[in-house]
Ligand binder design. Structure first.
Ligand code: SF4
Length: 462
């Protein structure tokens, strides 16, 4: 019988959870009694229930995010009748569990919900449950966890196995939090619970770099930073970039999320030195409509942001993913198309077209009435329509996003793309027409064989 099982359902097998490893690392004396179980979204239910039941835990804790909310609920429901008279205490935490309303269906099978950062609160709760043997009162209990001080917690990197490091993404974290207030984003929702000093907290840099050194020596190859705004403190960013620049050997790479408004000369200079394939940047543009940007708490200078992307394409080897969101308040098809075409002109490697989500706890819901917005109440809470973006147009945009991913972002048709959609010409209208026709042709936008897709594109444009 295990004491504690820390479990989660990852989006894919290659995405291990740093959160579970941090929770285990901070269990103190209880750490040897804790086992991590990770599953992948596509695994059948019995492959998830089997290992959990076999472990016979006294505490079963799940990290819940937007992408595994439904699958976690299904798993908890499937487990409920199988405990054979000895159900564990079930604890839920993670970004999704932190903001759902107390009557959410997910909590039907939970005994405790930790809202916020769990490293210290989870240890205290486990100690309480295992050592004091309390009588479990019926009903779910909610615990507000205070933000942790990164310098006071133990690192979780030692729990990455050799297989994790050599075959999966290695998630790392040099800072926590974001000072910006984009209303659609969970980081901005978290900000409302924090004092200004707590909004961004940094892990001690020398210690962090020492941990990265150990990971590289153990075989880590693909580093993905969880920091929401890596280029906030330019001095720190430079030191971390310099560290990796000295050690990167093909096929190693590092991936950072950066805000487009903070690219001073010193940061640009170091980015130009990264060799091909070694640097991936995720740059959140979200909208190029100034009024919309202001409405959602994201005031920025679209010209400056596009100039940053243009610089990255012309003068660095970085593979840039630029994020754009459809369905934001105040934006219609015409303004979205203009933004998309402007972004296309600076030609990031990928344009990630996301659909607006109304995440529990975020302030975007204040626009629901004034902008006639309707959202799906179930995860991933996508917008169905807005006053300016009626249902039919939103469905076309979702179909556009799917075919854009298949045809452009995945790079499988690179030979055709530059010929079909030259960067100097607008791409939105012709690609929308193509994606409409492809949907009509296949009757779906998933599970399409690549050769059939190529033939259909040629037929449609021929
Ligand atoms: S979208 Fe990015 S910049 Fe805006 S609040 Fe979220 S993490 Fe911060």
């Amino acid at each position: 019988m295990s004491g504690i099982i820390l479990a989660t359902i990852n989006a894919k097998w290659i995405h291990p959870s740093l959160a579970l490893r941090l929770l285990k690392a901070n269990l103190g004396d209880l750490e040897p009694r804790c086992k991590i179980l990770e599953f992948a979204l596509r695994q059948p239910l019995h492959e998830k229930t089997g290992p959990i039941l076999a472990a016979r835990p006294r505490i079963l804790a799940f990290s819940v995010s937007i992408w595994n909310h439904t699958a976690t609920a299904e798993l908890l429901e499937a487990l409920a009748p199988l405990w054979d008279g000895h159900p564990p205490a079930i604890i839920l935490g993670g970004p999704e569990a932190s903001y759902l309303p107390e009557d959410a269906a997910l909590f039907r099978y939970a005994d405790y919900v930790i809202r916020g950062e769990g490293e210290t609160t989870f240890r205290k709760l486990c100690n309480h449950l295992l050592n004091l043997l309390p009588e479990m009162a019926p009903g779910v209990k909610f615990i507000d966890a205070p933000p942790v001080d990164p310098s006071s917690i133990a690192g979780g990197y030692r729990f990455y196995t050799e297989e994790d490091l050599s075959r999966k993404l290695t998630y790392v974290e040099a800072s926590r939090g974001c000072p910006y207030g984009c209303e659609f984003c969970l980081s901005s929702a978290a900000k409302s619970r924090l004092t200004p000093a707590e909004q961004v907290r940094e892990f001690p840099l020398d210690q962090f770099l020492g941990e990265m050194e150990t990971l590289i020596s153990r075989g880590a190859r693909s580093f993905k930073f969880l920091d929401r705004t890596f280029n906030l403190d330019i001095g720190r960013a430079e030191r971390i970039l310099e560290f990796f620049l000295e050690r990167l050997k093909p096929p190693m790479f590092v991936h950072f999320e950066m805000v487009p408004s903070r690219f001073p000369r010193e940061l640009r200079r170091i980015l130009t030195r990264f060799p091909p394939e070694s640097l991936r940047l995720e740059i959140g543009i979200q909208t190029l409509n100034r009024e919309t940007a202001l409405l959602i708490g994201r005031p920025g200078d679209p010209e400056k942001e596009l100039e940053t992307l243009d610089f990255l394409r012309r003068e660095t080897n970085a593979i840039v993913h630029a994020d754009l969101i459809a369905g934001l308040p105040g934006e219609d098809m015409k303004s979205f198309a203009q933004g998309f075409d402007r972004l296309w002109k600076v030609r990031p490697a990928e344009i990630q077209l996301g659909i607006l989500k109304c995440l529990p706890g975020t302030a975007i819901n204040r626009h629901i009435e004034p902008f006639g917005m309707r959202f799906n109440p179930k995860p991933p809470y996508e917008v169905l329509e807005t006053a300016e973006f009626p249902l039919r147009n939103m469905e076309r945009i979702k179909n556009f996003a799917r075919f854009w991913e298949l045809i452009v972002n995945r790079g499988s048709f690179a030979d055709m793309i530059s010929h079909l959609f030259p960067p100097e010409s607008p791409v939105f209208a012709p690609f929308m027409a193509l994606s409409d026709r492809l949907l009509e042709h296949f009757g779906r936008n998933w599970g399409i064989d690549r050769r059939e897709l190529r033939a259909a594109i040629l037929e449609q444009i021929g």
